[in-house]
Write a protein of this length. Structure first.
Length: 107
């Protein structure tokens, strides 16, 4: 074993973690953080576009605490069968954001 733990899902390596406690190269870290930030920015733009679309359709109640259980159930329903959730990642993320907001932005 090379000291790397791998999270495997469906036979595919999804995430690697170095458990050797060797400090990564600072240049690599900067590049990796820039790539992560770019991915998050692109994803956030897609989330905002979908939320804007839903607002224009008249959807409301996302920020009401009493909507929490409905949002939770919708998120579970959309994400329960992960392979079938392909294409619904933005919807699932938006539902997660709503729960995060309702629950007081828990870190």
């Amino acid at each position: 074993m090379d000291g790397t733990q791998r999270f495997v899902q469906g036979g595919d390596v999804v995430i690697d973690k170095n458990w050797q406690e060797i400090a990564p190269d600072p240049d690599w870290v900067r590049q990796e953080v820039a790539r992560l930030n770019e991915a998050v920015d692109e994803f956030a733009d897609a989330m905002k576009a979908k939320l804007s679309q839903k607002a224009h359709e008249g959807w409301t109640g996302w920020d009401k605490p009493e909507s929490g259980i409905k949002i939770w159930n919708a998120m579970l329903a959309q994400g329960a069968a992960v392979p079938l959730a392909h294409g619904q990642e933005v919807d699932i993320a938006n539902l997660a954001m709503m729960l995060w907001r309702i629950n007081g932005r828990v870190e």
